[in-house]
Ligand binder design. Structure first.
Ligand code: FAD
Length: 498
């Protein structure tokens, strides 16, 4: 067994997925990396909210957080506020991080459910540091100190996706990745294996490679147009198929959270950045025309529009085999599920991590690809179920789109979860599943899915002790929140010192 010769990785596409892949491969592997992107086609130009795992990706690359925040005009994100999903006037947050603290064998929420039944519990939000800080527009990081446990307060970012891709481009090029501008006109295959041999650009340039990464967005140039791997369509469960996006000037609160506001046939995002606010309406074209969607969006902005609205169409679902032959699909080429819980950039990152763990050599077999695809299928379907929950458990009665969502047939995996939660407040996180029990809990409770009973072990705690525990947690959250600076003030001090 000898050292393997470096491979040549050819990435087609220079959006977020292409440059994330290029940065990771250039930094972390000894391989040669070439990225081809077409200025004429451009990128999708949306995708600004993330989840806390993005920090692991940046850390793996050795990116300085303050520099990253400055370069991408980012803000902090502590969770997502869902407004109107359980009916007009309703609001809850899916905040990252812990809620309360577990006592003995049981997760906190069983104690909360008991105290709620006894009339001594506050709203679930009172026991979430992330939610309390977010609603108070505050943000803080605690320095690690010996003997001191920092509070559990995970954060993610809102960032300008175009600036992030540009930042990663500089990063990747500085580590040897080569960028070629041009449009791929044809794809050549090896006759015997069917593997991709090369791509040829419109100007005739031929680029041969050992492994190809399809980051061509919804076009899915290699994985679908060439390799025909097939698409699993989930639009019967995730029915929104269009979006219109527009940035606006920054007014209103500089929130360290994303807002997702339900409308008559979809929902609107609000993502505050340092220099503007990103907005978009995601909707179902069976129930809302493009013109109505645009008018709804423009009527619900904090500030003045800064560009013409950008209209996008999509079909929710995933590629049946994101790794096929010597080709891996990343980003929108691998599929798309709704921006509702900001999972797309995460799925790029987790695919890159999975791919690096299985990094194929000079003589790849089908075994790695099969395992990659199995894991991807698991990850995507569990995220899909979480997203569907927001739709099927809505409280917007009397609106045709939402009525249809409440009546839809659900995947068995989701039905089982809902039944388990309804029966006894049971939530189980399977290995490698993205969303935490706290995430599921907040959406269940926020959208009115209440358990019939809590776990009987919660009764073992004397009432006085239970009340004291809840009170201590609540007071601790208030104390910590009060000690934090404002989000804007903290961001300025952290990434723009002096
Ligand atoms: P693209 O940005 O479309 O890039 C495709 C690239 O391929 C371009 O560089 C293009 O030039 C190139 N290309 C295509 N064809 C050729 C060719 N023939 N030759 C050469 N080059 C070619 N994700 C999140 O995590 N959070 C969010 O908040 C979020 N919001 C979203 C909202 C909407 C409405 C949509 C649609 C998506 C959202 N996403 C979000 C997803 C996110 O935008 C994408 O995951 C991310 O931008 C990655 O896109 P991409 O790189 O796969 O594709």
């Amino acid at each position: 067994m000898g050292r393997e010769a470096p491979l040549h990785f050819v990435i087609i596409g220079g959006g977020t997925s292409g440059w994330m892949a290029a940065a990771a491969l250039a930094k972390l592997t000894p391989n040669r990396v070439t990225l081809v992107e077409s200025d004429a086609i451009g990128t999708v130009g949306v995708g600004e909210a993330t989840i806390p795992q993005i920090r692991l990706f940046n850390q793996a690359l050795g990116i300085d957080e303050a520099e990253f925040l400055r370069e991408t005009k980012a803000s902090f994100k502590l969770g997502i506020e869902f407004t109107g999903w359980n009916g007009d006037g309703s609001s809850y947050m899916h905040a990252f991080g812990a809620i309360g603290r577990s006592a003995g064998l049981l997760p906190f929420h069983h104690y909360w459910l008991r105290a709620r039944a006894e009339g001594t519990a506050g709203p679930l939000a009172d026991y979430s540091l992330n939610e309390c800080a977010a609603r108070a527009l505050r943000m803080q990081m605690w320095p690690q100190a010996p003997g001191r446990t920092a509070p559990d307060m995970p954060w993610a970012y809102h960032f300008d996706a175009t600036l992030y891709a540009a930042y990663l481009r500089r990063f990747a090029e500085a580590r040897g990745a080569t960028r070629i501008e041009g449009k791929v006109a044809s794809v050549e295959r090896h006759q015997a294996s069917g593997d991709i041999a090369s791509v040829t650009l419109e100007d005739g340039t031929r680029i041969a490679g050992d492994f190809f990464i399809d980051c061509t967005g919804f076009r899915a140039l290699l994985i679908e147009q060439e390799l025909h791997t097939g698409f699993e369509d989930w639009s019967h469960w995730l029915p929104c198929d269009r979006a219109v996006a527009v940035p606006c000037t920054a007014h209103g609160d500089f929130t360290p959270y994303t807002r997702a506001t339900a409308h008559s046939a979809g929902w609107q995002w609000r993502i505050p950045l340092q220099h503007r606010v990103g907005n978009g309406l995601v909707y179902c074209s069976d129930f809302l025309s493009d013109e109505e969607a645009e008018a709804t969006l423009l009527a619900n902005l904090d500030g003045k529009p800064m560009a013409s609205p950008n209209r996008l169409r999509f079909t929710t679902g995933m590629r049946k085999r994101p790794w096929s032959h010597n080709c891996l699909a990343l980003g929108l080429a691998a599929g798309f599920m709704e921006p509702l819980e900001s999972t797309s950039i995460h799925l790029i990152q987790s695919s890159i991590a999975r791919f690096l763990a299985m990094l194929p050599g000079t003589h790849p077999t089908l075994a790695l690809a099969a395992e990659f695809n199995r894991q991807a299928q698991f990850e995507w379907t569990r995220i899909r179920d979480f997203l569907i929950l927001h739709y099927c458990a809505n409280g917007r009665e009397g609106e045709a789109f939402w009525d249809r969502c409440r009546a839809m047939d659900l995947p068995d995996t989701l039905t089982a979860r809902i039944d388990q939660f309804r029966e006894r407040g049971f939530i189980h996180r399977e290995h490698e599943e993205l969303f935490t029990p706290e995430g599921w809990l907040q959406v269940f409770i926020g959208q009115g899915v209440m358990p019939q009973a809590y776990h009987p072990l919660a009764d073992a705690m004397p009432s006085v002790e239970l009340a004291r525990m809840l009170d201590e947690i609540d007071q601790g959250v208030v104390r910590l929140t009060d000690s934090m600076p404002g989000h804007a003030q903290f961001l300025r001090a952290y990434c723009m010192p002096g």
